[in-house]
Design a protein around this ligand. Structure first.
Ligand SMILES: Nc1ncnc2c1ncn2[C@@H]1O[C@H](COP(=O)(O)OP(=O)(O)O)[C@@H](O)[C@H]1O
Ligand SMILES: N[C@@H](CC(=O)OP(=O)(O)O)C(=O)O
Length: 406
């Protein structure tokens, strides 16, 4: 028998008739023979309204603990409403909130951005499994956690998505379904650009990056709990059907989310181009990259400041790149000069934890400082930090950074 975790976002439980339709879709799936666990967000904008009320009433005097307790009222209410609606449709249901002995999500004491204790939560989920095996549909409050003293914590705004994927992981579910107010993941936010197109599939890696850069459609931390074998999709509430297609989230692909530190096998050359206020010149970057691309030269990285751009290319291409870029400097009035710098080693640190580990960059750079290794350039994204050091320092730096990872 398949076990499905279904999460309904705020708009999908936005009013009474929506709650009824949502509960009916859950009951329909149950009647088809699936086991279903429901995760609910607060009704519509309730969380914002509760925050607004507390700000008006208390202002800066509000403690984080109080704020979490107040915000939690949104999910405490919607879980009760949803569960009662399922029962009204003739199927047994139980709401599960942090006051319930079966509550599974245990966190640290951070009230507003609580960190989940995965091991304990995993064990605690056993109670939910038993409930499901008794034919009951549990309705779990999204967004909430329970801290070390039994206090309510929250997982951060939009955190119900985390609850859903966490439950999918702990219950070893067959599928996680996120029900929202759009058809799935689109080519961009359909509320901003009307002719955005629906994607049939998106990889965990792509969606995580999209979410990290502001696409509200899913919480970026939720995908941390997406197991490769659990299928997952985002569908539109309007379909009123949990088997509708939407966008399937695929992966993570084995190896891609692994943590690793690599030293690129060849030296990388730095070419620095200078010019007065060059970044104000429209199309300059395009000219520069096109000049290299036309000759098949791969760019390993670029960094830009007000008066200079540094381009990283493989040492084997460096002389050709140098000549091509020199021609560009001659032909472009805002560019004044360039120089071909020394050989560097490129070290790439990849970890899905970068996004949520404050201080990780200094953890990486501190051992280099202590060993007197100069960093010539450093760039970072949500999942990777790329460092350039002198070629001779490459192996040592690689070893030191690998130790950080371990
Ligand atoms: N690329 C995208 N694809 C789909 N929706 C997007 C995208 N980027 C942003 N969104 C926004 O995400 C919203 C859904 O997230 P959210 O409002 O948090 O839903 P819910 O209340 O169901 O959790 C959509 O209404 C849409 O405006
Ligand atoms: N209600 C919480 C949690 C949440 O996930 O909401 P939604 O699924 O509607 O984004 C919030 O507004 O932050």
């Amino acid at each position: 028998m398949d076990l499905i975790v279904v999460k309904f976002g705020g708009t999908s439980v936005g009013d009474g008739s929506r709650i009824k339709k949502a509960a009916q879709s859950v009951v329909n799936e149950y009647m088809k023979g699936s086991q279903v666990v429901v995760v609910v967000s607060a009704v519509n904008k309730t969380t914002d309204e509760l925050i607004g009320l507390s700000n008006d009433a208390i202002g800066t005097g509000l403690t984080d603990k109080q704020k979490a307790e107040i915000m939690a009222m949104g999910e405490l209410t919607s879980a009760r409403l949803f569960s009662a609606t399922i029962e009204s449709l003739g199927v047994k249901s139980e709401f599960i909130d942090p006051y319930n002995k079966l509550w599974p999500i245990i966190t640290d004491s951070n009230s507003l951005e609580a960190k989940i204790d995965l091991n304990t939560s995993n064990k605690k989920t056993e109670g939910i499994k038993q409930l499901v095996n008794q034919g009951v549909i549990p309705v779990i409050c999204g967004f909430l956690g329970k801290g070390p003293s039994g206090e309510i914590t929250t997982l951060g705004r939009g955190g119900s998505d985390i609850t859903a994927f966490l439950m999918g992981h702990c219950l070893d579910a067959n599928e996680v379904v996120i029900v929202t107010d759009v058809d799935g993941v689109m080519s961009t936010d359909p509320n901003k650009i009307e002719d955005a197109e629906l994607l049939d599939t998106i990889s965990v890696e792509e969606l995580r990056d999209l979410a990290t850069h502001g696409a509200q459609v899913l919480h970026p931390h939720a995908l941390k709990y997406k197991d490769p074998l659990i299928s997952a999709k985002i569908i539109n509430f309007a379909n009123e059907d949990l088997s509708s297609k939407g966008t399937r989230i695929v992966g993570p692909f084995e190896g891609e989310m692994l943590k690793c530190v690599t030293l690129y096998k060849d030296p990388i050359s730095l070419i620095a181009i200078v010019g007065e206020a060059m970044l104000k010149k429209v199309g300059l970057m395009a000219k520069l990259t096109t000049a290299l691309a036309d000759d098949g030269i791969n760019i390993f990285g670029m960094s830009a400041g007000q008066n200079s751009i540094t381009v990283f290319v493989n040492k084997v291409d460096s002389n050709k790149a140098y000549l091509l870029l020199h021609q560009l400097v001659i032909d472009t009035d805002v560019l004044s000069s360039l120089s071909l710098g020394r050989d560097t080693a490129m070290i790439t640190f990849v970890s899905p934890d970068i996004i949520e580990t404050p201080g990780i960059i200094s953890d990486i750079t501190e051992p280099l400082r202590k060993n007197n290794i100069n960093i010539l350039e450093i760039t970072s994204s949500q999942t990777a930090v790329v460092l350039f050091v002198d070629w001779e320092d490459g192996e040592k730096a690689h070893k030191l950074i690998t130790e950080v990872l371990e």
